[in-house]
Write a protein of this length. Sequence first.
Lengths: 193, 209
Amino acid sequence: MPIDFSRLGEDKLFLVLSTAEMLKRNNTQIIHTLTGKGYRVVVITTNQPSAVLKKNYINENIDLSKVTFIDAITKYALGKIPPGQEDCRFINSPSNLTDLGIAITEVLHNYGGEKTCLLFDSVSTMLIYIPSTNISKFIHFITSKLRLVDAAGIFLAVEKGLDPLLLTQLTTYVDGTIDMDIPSAGSPGVPVQ
Amino acid sequence: MNKTGGKNMDPVRQIWILVILGIVCIGLEVGVHFFLHTAIGYTHIFYILLILAAVWYYKKALWVAFALVAATFITSLVVGDFNWATLLRAVMFLLVTYIVAWISEERDRGRLEILAQKEAIEKEHYALVGYLSEITLRIKQPIKILRDNILAIRMEFDGKIPDIEMVKMELSTQLAHAEQILQNFQELNKEMVDEHSEIPNAYKEFLTR
């Protein structure tokens, strides 16, 4: 089912909350919706290796030519880059925010002329690797960067997985929060803020 | 001035009380000693002024004592009854003021030290609570994510044979997550051990192993 990103034209940045069980599926659904709307999607993954995500996307008939990966987990988890992943950008570890920031800046610069949307999967997984204060600062950095280049951004997080302070901070950085598990007429996700 | 915090009387009111008592004392000195030619009894009233001044303003109250001593000396010299009793009274004014001022100062210093210690303990406590919340956030939810990811991998086996390479890759990722969660947990244990010196060494070693 398509996700309701009807406000994506006016609002650019969204915090998308999902249950942990649905995180993987919701990721695929979001990509499906965004590529369908003609967006170039830059996926920053800290939860699943890009190879696994690619396979999921292929199974869902998603046009992979419109998806770019910044993979911060494969090298850390596997210690090497699997073959056939030359088109992805790999970061040593999810805690290496400097390299991650550089990669995001470069990728956004490369796709400057296109309608670009960044998908961050996920804020909750980042909590395993870095303190919440650093996550907050880093998300603020990314949102500022996205606003500067007029690109859209979606930050996936597990609902109830963020403490109230971090959630409040993240909410102030984005234009809206979407709870994907609140059903509404015609769509599985609705803007709640 | 007395700086023991919120429980003090308003300083303006303190000044007014001391000024009124000062006027009363000088009035007694002039009225009773100068006009009635007696130096007995009324000087006890002076101690109210001196003690209050010493409690509120510590050793600065010695200036009030000196002023009363001067007033007593002047009236005694004018009246002509200056003797050893006048000197003794003057010494008592100064001595009582000094002792009360010293005790008050020490008492309030002690109170301030206790307050500072209490504040430091509360600060440490809040820091620890904040740290525990952060670690809970970085352990509880990640374990749930880990569980759901493993469940998703398990579900890949339902009704079909999944791509083994992909499954290996997914499991390696979950293993990396688990190792990091374990590391976070060890950090928590270390912080707890550092915080609580009463934990026996054997347990400290076990917790940080």
